[in-house]
Design a binder for this molecule. Structure first.
Ligand SMILES: C[S@@+](CC[C@H](N)C(=O)[O-])C[C@H]1O[C@@H](n2cnc3c(N)ncnc32)[C@H](O)[C@@H]1O
Length: 229
């Protein structure tokens, strides 16, 4: 094993679901998020529409796709879907081999965008996803960083309104517990974190965490867009 590829486990002094998650989530559900959209991501979403992508397609999102390897695997596994890998990092996305975005290869597309703006725009455009993968989102493990975790972010209800089979994977059990808790509170489901086996579709971060001996968790839920108030 190459030492540089060893990753430290997530460290936090938070041990269970954050005590403020319930009130934050209730606030996000009861009041619309009014923060201005991220202008470059609005442009990116427009470019995707100009390229002919719309909610009429059978769409799968690889949100936070990093270097885009998982997007390619998903596109191969789901030939009847349009798989869109989205990341805000140009240096990571460039490793797909693309020089400009959106970049398309068969049924895979990569786009540089800020997810919170992209999800809001997709929801406003009436998209209903076939599938949504969120692999290894940044954990923001300090208790004071709660609002940066996706399930405590104001965009979370819109992310769930996009619908489809949602799968989140992470290497911090607390994040998985919170994510499942938040999904269940919004959708009335009974999702639970499961230990991840050896899935056919994985990602570079997954490989790195597995090689470092971390326990990996997944939360899978079928999102009924209409269940989100
Ligand atoms: C830990 S990496 C995981 C990458 C990839 N999913 C994997 O498993 O190999 C998290 C990725 O999410 C991206 N990301 C984090 N916050 C984002 C945001 N708000 N909008 C778009 N991308 C974001 C980062 O740039 C980074 O590539």
């Amino acid at each position: 094993m190459v030492p540089g590829n060893i990753s430290r486990r997530v460290e936090s002094n938070q041990e269970g679901v954050h005590p403020r998650l319930r009130s934050l989530l209730d606030t996000h559900l009861s009041s619309p998020w009014l923060q201005p959209l991220h202008a470059p991501s609005v442009k990116a979403f427009g470019a995707l529409s100009e390229a002919g992508v719309s909610g009429r397609h059978r769409i799968v999102l690889d949100s936070g796709c990093g270097v885009g390897e998982s997007t390619r695997l998903m596109a191969r596994a789901l030939p009847d879907c349009l798989v869109i890998g989205i990341d805000k990092s140009l240096s990571r996305l460039s490793r797909t081999g693309a020089v400009s975005f959106p970049h398309r290869e068969g049924n895979a597309i990569w786009l540089r965008a800020e997810l919170s703006t992209f999800w809001r725009l997709a929801r406003e455009a009436g998209w209903r996803l076939h599938g949504h993968y969120l692999f290894y989102p940044n954990p923001w493990p300090k208790p004071g960083q709660l609002q940066r975790r996706w399930h405590a972010h104001p965009v979370f209800p819109d992310m769930l309104r996009l619908g489809g089979r949602l799968e989140m994977r992470c290497n911090w059990e607390v994040y998985a517990l919170e994510f499942a808790w938040a999904v269940n509170r919004v959708l009335g489901t009974d999702a639970r974190p499961e230990l991840l086996g050896e899935p056919a579709i994985s990602s570079p971060f997954e490989r790195k965490y597995r090689a470092s001996g971390h326990a990996l968790y997944s939360v899978v839920v079928s999102c009924d867009s209409n269940a989100v108030k």
